[in-house]
Design a protein around this ligand. Structure first.
Ligand code: C5P
Length: 333
């Protein structure tokens, strides 16, 4: 067995969180751009499917590297965990299908809302995730930590709301505001539920992250394909699966798949609530960097929002918590 010390270094965690945040931010901007720019429109359900395939490909590459290039060992491990553990495999279908719904809903949200409204609404996943972590993982948050969660949410909303365009109903395209908001509300709940459920399965067993991801993306490919069949089948048959795939759409796929992989790493080494705090901190830091190096001008809303985010981090008492294991009720090891 390995005698490696528990956990990863703080630097590694920060690095993962930073990469994730940069990817998520550029993903949102690019996805919005490719959905609203003039010209042929790709079918977003196909993009969700292609992204699942890309994640599966990356995960298999990582597994192959872990097994020093031995395809035989990788397939042995996968066989044991997929065919050999049908119940575990079946359990993974839950977060995977919910994520597939979420990923399709964010496309609908961004196609119908301006980026700022989208960002602000999507931040509701922070309290949603906290609530579900308490309910589903048996984590307990103190009163101060709960306040911190809401202060953080408010802070991020203020910071995001000023990001470039003001929060307004005018999306500049023929978007449908109600459809966009409804889709995004569904995405918020899916994000919280799937994230926490994935964390529960990952930390509740010894199965490795990468095997878990293979299980996850198998279902992901299947359910994303169902999405294509249900929503765009006729279009795909007429114009082809990759209709309208410009290089920028491929970049959306790349950022989406990279973001997914980093999400899984972040959830393994920290947790879903921490992911929210880190994302908020990174948004504030990147805005401050833009102020310092690119002469970005911000108003008092940013200053207030950023202060709230920083205050929330201290109120939550982040460094104190060990989040790499689930609290054991049985008083385990
Ligand atoms: O917005 P949120 O952080 O909830 O999005 C999480 C994203 O990470 C989803 O797009 C989901 O498909 C992806 N993910 C993944 N692999 C995991 C967990 C999440 O690709 N193991």
């Amino acid at each position: 067995g390995s005698t490696k010390k528990e956990g990863a270094s703080v630097i590694f965690k920060l690095y993962c969180l930073a990469v994730l945040t940069v990817m998520a931010a550029s993903y949102t901007v690019l996805m919005r751009y490719t959905r609203t720019v003039e010209g042929v429109r790709y079918y977003s359900t196909t993009t969700v499917f292609v992204t699942e395939c890309a994640k599966m490909f990356f995960t298999l590459c990582i597994l192959l590297k872990e097994h020093k290039g031995s395809i035989r060992k990788v397939s042995q491990e996968l066989k044991g965990n997929i065919i050999g553990k049908p119940t575990e495999m079946l359990k993974m279908s839950v977060p995977s299908i919910v994520y597939a719904i979420q990923n399709n809903m964010t496309f609908i949200g961004l196609s119908n809302l301006d980026a700022a409204t989208y960002q602000v609404t999507y931040q509701m996943k922070i309290p949603c995730t906290a609530l579900l972590s308490v309910m589903m993982l048996g984590r307990s948050l103190g009163g101060m930590q709960w306040i911190a969660v809401f202060v953080l949410t408010g802070g991020v909303i203020l910071v995001q709301g000023i990001g470039g365009e003001a929060v307004s109903h005018t999306s500049g395209t023929d978007g449908n505001y109600v459809v966009g908001l409804t889709a995004l509300t569904i995405a918020v709940f899916c994000s919280g539920f799937a994230g926490v459920y994935f964390e529960k399965l990952l930390k509740g067993s010894d199965t490795s992250l990468w095997v878990r991801n293979v299980q996850m993306y198998s279902w992901g490919m299947l359910s994303a394909f169902m999405g294509v069949v249900m929503h765009d089948w006729q279009n795909v048959r007429e114009n082809g699966f990759l209709y309208g795939y410009t290089p920028l759409v491929w970049l959306v796929v790349l950022l989406g798949s990279g973001g997914g992989i980093y999400t899984s790493i972040v959830v393994k080494y920290t947790d879903n609530i921490m992911k929210g705090f880190a994302a908020a901190a990174a948004i504030v830091l990147s805005t401050i960097a833009s102020i310092m190096f690119m002469g970005l001008v911000v108003g008092w809303m940013f200053v207030l929002g950023a202060s709230l985010v920083i205050a929330a981090i201290f109120m939550y008492g982040l460094p104190k918590t060990n989040t790499e294991r689930l609290p054991t009720k049985k008083g385990g090891t």
